[in-house]
Write a new protein. Structure first.
Lengths: 217, 657
């Protein structure tokens, strides 16, 4: 298990966006408490050369090994049976890190997914993980600043662009919809002349700063 | 959903499909792929492909995003390298005409549609620029993978090879099978007559006595006897109806040979003809039996009862009753039977063309009987005359919503008498117009009726009328009067109109200015497609929709008419015209085939709508709201309108408009 690295660097700032491989991820958890709750499913899709690569779809459900509160089923939609048939968290996380290996991760409200993934990697794999995780919400704000004043949350953005989620709160389906939203942002970036990783990060960070300063005023 | 067997940790192997032989393959597909399969299932050909084929298709595919205004594919790209299925959004195909650089939209496609099939199969650049009109997502794969699916999936292959015209055909067929399945009845009008040949055919030689023949019929419990020569060539038929006449005749000799009382020269059809053909023959000639013979050798007999055993109202019966109706009142009452019959026919799988033919046949019977009854009652000049019909009736394209467009032609030797004779015909003509109105053929608002002195003319006057019209035509009066060029004799000697119009046809053929004007008029009714998304609807009587007649059928009717007149061709029926244009190499067979299907689809949609309205007791209307159509019909209707656009472009090009 030592061969797994859960720390990797973001792409070089000169890397072209149309060459970048991204992994768009969504985790389902037992609840929203970052400290206590646990990951029970990971869904991910790959964006390479600005296309969603369907063969590289990743889907794992974890068997948490303990009985779970019934009310949580309502959020993540996974039945106890489905969970019991899942892989162990060790195995699932290891496979995910291998699958994602090297790619910058993308998620909507990525802080939550990043935190859960890093916490669980540490717990189950003993690896002190630091994942290069980027937030599609930040991308949306950077490239659609006017819309971002009204649109809050993934559902609002998906609805605005007419993107359908086959099954909301199913990890792979959420990841797929998030990836489509990410493609919209990335194509907008390309259309605005942003071609490299460095330019993208500059633009996104500038937008984050601008947003924060507005909030402080 | 979950691949629980895969514990190898192989990052790739887990993903979509472990291996094609895995029986759990379908269950182990990630949920996002499953969702894509479900959405593909909304459209042909994917709705007929099994899970395995679809998984194979998707596992090597990607999802790509094209913002609005992006050119996805263009002829300049050379042979296309990828295959696309629209997942979300809307794409138009634009073709630049080489002549003046104008851009024409040739199609627009939405979710479920695929492209560029012909270019990929033909290994050639596309002819159209494919442009995203709104933000669009496509499922795409490379050419090699597309080729693989074509070779492994029969459904996909057939779909690709048939192209869009196949799609139209499929829908036309679906409409019929659907209707048929509602009735749970295996009977179809397309059934070949050889399927009715399960009974032994009873026949006898011509010298058999009537008594002997009738005894055989009685023994075998049959209603007809066929008389044949030693080569099995049918010489005649003797039915129970003939026996009735015989018995009623006190002088009849039952020991005479049957050849003396049989119906000679019986009508026969080959065994490859259909039940529909047989029904038409019966209705037309008022026979209850039609012989089936191949190479003039008797194969069997089909009776009216064989064909219509399951129907309460049948074509032959309705036709016979109309033709012998004793009064206008009874003719009017029978129109309800006609509507019911048409409904049954559609349910039994009749095509739009068949329905049009049946309706025209029955309307002819009604009209002729109205004329016969009126002519008995109303005094009129004793010169040859005929009843002409124009427009949809002239083209044999009637539906349940029909008004009158007719005229009267008569022959006089002395032109000076024409006016006097006309005055004496007018009371009869007006009486007929009114009686037809009572039978449901509403009076023509534009007064295109035989009771109008301007349309009750001698052969010479008609010829002058047409010639004058052709020589002094203006775009506006051409537009209002082109229905006169779809004329047909509905009652009376046909040669009156045929001889008169022959000269007119030649005159049109020589007058390119008039042809151009006709073509211009044919471009007036544009199919209701917008540059942008979908249909351009209009409002009529507070309802919104597209007009299936003027916006859908008229472009085909007008274009076929002008092309035929310009080439001196005689048919008046639109489908016949298109076929004749292929025969004379004016249009390509492939194009005509697509136009025929498009036209037939719109006509069938219109007939279905009329029947629905009639059932609900609503007024008949040609307006259809595209939003109320199912997804497939809507797509096909759009494609059918697009075919109308293509035909109009051909017309504009031919006549340099």
């Amino acid at each position: 298990m030592n061969d797994i690295t859960s720390k990797w660097s973001p792409p070089a700032s000169t890397e072209r966006l149309d060459q970048t491989r991204w992994v768009v991820v969504d985790v389902e958890t037992t609840g929203l408490n970052i400290r206590k709750d646990r990951v029970i499913a990971i869904g991910a899709v790959e964006i390479a050369q600005l296309k969603i690569n369907l063969m590289q779809s990743f889907e794992r459900v974890f068997d948490p090994g303990v009985d779970m509160d019934h009310e949580n089923v309502l959020i993540h939609g996974l039945s106890p049976q489905e969970l019991q048939q899942g892989t162990t968290p060790q195995e699932g996380l290891r496979e995910f890190l291998e699958y994602a290996s090297g790619a910058p991760l993308l998620a909507f409200h990525a802080r939550f997914d990043k935190h859960m993934l890093e916490k669980e990697s540490k717990k189950w794999l003993g690896a002190s993980a630091r994942l290069p995780c980027y937030d599609v919400a930040d991308f949306c704000q950077a490239f659609f600043p006017d819309l971002s004043r009204q649109l809050k949350g993934l559902d609002a953005w998906l609805e605005h662009f007419g993107l359908e989620v086959a099954e909301r709160h199913h990890a792979t389906c959420d990841a797929m919809a998030t990836a489509e939203l990410a493609l919209i942002c990335l194509q907008k970036a390309m259309a605005e002349g942003i071609e490299t990783w460095g330019q993208l990060m500059d633009r996104v960070n500038a937008s984050i700063k601008l947003h924060q300063s507005r909030h402080m005023l | 959903m979950i691949d629980k067997k895969n514990t190898s940790g192989d990052p790739v192997a887990h993903t979509t499909a472990p291996s094609s032989t895995d029986p759990d393959k379908v269950d182990s597909v990630p949920r996002n792929i499953r969702a894509l399969i479900d959405s593909l299932r909304q459209s042909p050909p994917f709705n007929q492909m099994d899970d395995r084929d679809l998984i194979t298709l998707l596992e090597k595919s990607t999802v790509e995003y094209f913002p609005a205004e992006t050119i996805i594919l263009s002829p300049d790209d050379g042979v296309p390298s990828r295959f696309y299925i629209v997942k979300k959004g809307y794409i138009v195909g634009e073709r630049v005409t080489s002549k003046n650089g104008d851009v024409h939209p040739t199609f627009d496609i939405g979710p479920g549609a695929c492209f560029p099939i012909a270019a990929l199969l033909g290994e050639r650049p596309t002819r159209t620029v494919h442009k995203a009109m709104e933000d669009t997502f496509c499922i795409t794969c490379d050419k090699a993978h597309f080729t693989q699916i074509v070779s492994t999936s029969r459904v996909f292959r057939e779909f690709c090879l048939r192209g869009i015209s196949g799609l139209l055909e499929q829908v036309n067929r679906n409409v019929q099978t659907q209707a048929q399945s509602h009735l749970g009845d295996e009977y179809s009008l397309e059934t070949p007559l050889k399927d009715y040949l399960h009974r032994e055919v009873i026949s006898c030689p011509p010298n058999t006595s009537v008594r002997q023949a009738v005894k055989t019929m009685d023994d075998r419990g049959i209603g007809s006897m066929v008389i044949i020569n030693p080569d099995r060539k049918p010489l005649g038929i003797f039915t129970l109806r003939d026996l009735r006449h015989l018995v009623a005749n006190p002088k009849a000799d039952l020991d005479a040979p049957i050849s003396e009382v049989m119906n000679k020269d019986p009508v026969f059809l080959p065994s490859s003809a259909t039940a529909f053909d047989a029904a038409l023959v019966m209705a037309k000639h008022h026979f209850a039996h039609v012989l089936i013979a191949d190479d003039k050798r008797l194969k069997g007999v089909v009776s009216e009862r064989d064909l219509f055993s399951l129907q309460r109202v049948n074509l032959v019966h309705v036709a016979r009753t109309l033709a012998n109706a004793p009064s206008v009142e009874s003719l009017a009452e029978m129109q309800a039977d006609v509507a019911r019959l048409i409904q049954t026919m559609i349910a039994h799988g009749a095509s739009a063309e068949q329905i049009n033919r049946i309706l025209s046949l029955l309307n002819d019977y009604t009209t002729r009987q109205v004329i016969r009854l009126a002519a008995k009652k109303i005094p009129h000049p004793d010169v040859p005359f005929a009843w002409l019909t124009f427009g949809s009736a002239g083209r044999r394209e009637q539906t349940l919503l029909t008004d009158q467009d007719n005229g009267l032609i008569f022959q006089v030797d002395d032109p000076a008498q024409a006016d006097d004779i006309r005055q004496r015909f007018l009371p009869l003509a007006r009486h007929i117009n009114e009686d037809l109105d009572r039978c449901g053929f509403t009076l023509c608002k534009g007064n295109i009726m035989a009771g109008n002195p301007k349309l009750c003319l001698s052969t010479t006057e008609w010829n002058q009328w047409f010639n004058q019209f052709i020589d002094s035509a203006t775009p506006q009066n051409v537009l209002n009067s082109c229905i006169f060029f779809d004329l047909r004799t509905q009652w009376g000697p046909e040669e009156l109109a045929d001889n008169m119009f022959e000269g007119v046809r030649q005159r049109i053929q020589q007058n390119s200015i008039f042809q151009k004007m006709l073509a211009g008029a044919a471009l007036e009714n544009r199919p209701p497609l917008g540059i942008f998304k979908g249909f351009v609807t209009r409002k009529e009587n507070g309802r919104e929709g597209v007009d299936l007649k003027t916006q859908g059928l008229t472009p085909f009717v007008d274009a076929a008419r002008v092309l035929c007149l310009a080439h001196g061709l005689t048919p008046t029926n639109t489908l016949h015209r298109l076929r004749e244009l292929v025969q004379t190499n004016v249009v390509e067979e492939k194009d005509a085939g697509a136009w025929e299907e498009a036209y037939s689809f719109i006509q069938l949609l219109r007939l279905r709508q009329h029947l629905g309205q009639k059932k609900e007791g609503n007024e008949l209307s040609n307006l259809v709201d595209p939003d109320e159509l199912n997804h497939l019909d809507e797509r096909i209707l759009k494609e059918a309108f697009r075919q109308a656009q293509r035909l109009q472009r051909k017309l504009a090009w031919n006549f340099q408009l």
